[in-house]
Design a protein around this ligand. Sequence first.
Ligand code: IPE
Ligand code: IPE
Ligand code: MG
Length: 241
Amino acid sequence: MNTPQHVAIIMDGNGRWAQRRGQMRTTGHRMGVEAVREAVRSAGELGIRYLTLFAFSSENWSRPEDEVNDLMGLLKFFVRRDLAELHREGVRVRVIGNRRALKADILSLLAEAEDLTRNNSALELIIAFNYGGRDDIARAARGLVDQVARGELDPQSINEDAISNALDTAGIPDPDLIIRTSGEQRISNFLIWQAAYAEFVFLPCLWPDFGRADFEEAIRQYSCRDRRFGSVAERDLALGS
Ligand code: IPE
Ligand code: IPE
Ligand code: MG
C-alpha cells in the first residue's frame, strides 16, 4: 500500500462526543488526548514519517475562557505525561504556530520537548498550537520583508521555495494526506499554503473515537487516489493517450 510520508490531522469533534453523552466539553477534550496518544503510536507503526496534529487554532481563542484554559492545560498535561515515552520511542517533537500569545510555562514546556527530542528520527510529531495558516503566511511575509529592509535579501529572489522556508513548517515536506474527523469538510485555516496538493480524507467519526482502524481506513482511501500534480497520470502517459 502507498503510505503517505506526511499525514496531518484536523482533530475535530471532541465537543460533540461529550455532548452526545451529556458530558462537559472538557471531558471530550480529555478523551481527545487519549486518541492523540493512540494516533502517534499508530503513525509510527504504519511507517509514517511526519504526523502533524492540529491541537489549537488561532481562531480557537474565541471560545469561552474556561474552554481555552482547559485546552492549554491539556497540552501541558500531554507534554508532561508523555514526553519521556515519546523520547524513548525516538519521536522528535516540533511545535508550529504563533508563540506570542502563549504563557511562559507553556513556552518553556514546548521548548523542553523540542530540545530533548531534537536528534530523534523515528517519527516527527508536529504539534500545531495557536496555529493559523494565514497567520503563518503573514509572519513569514514580515520576516522576508525585514530581511529585505536590512539589505540581506533581494526581493527578486522571493520565490515559492523562499516562502516555504519562511513558514513555521520550514524543512518539513508538505502534507500528503490531511484527515479531518467529525464529518466537517473544511480546512479551518490549517496548513493552507502547505496543503496545495494534499489529498483530503473526511471521516465521520468524532476525534475521541479515532483509532487504529480509522487511521488505516484513511490511508487506504489515500492509496487509491491518483495524484497528478497538474500533470497526467503515469498510466495515461504510457498509453500515449
Ligand atoms: C476539536 O474538537 C478540538 C479543538 C478544536 C481544540 P471541538 O472542540 O471543535 O469539537 P466540536 O467540533 O465542537 O464537536
Ligand atoms: C479546527 O477545528 C481546529 C482544531 C481542530 C484545532 P474547529 O472546530 O475549531 O473548526 P471550525 O470552527 O468548526 O471550522
Ligand atoms: Mg470543532
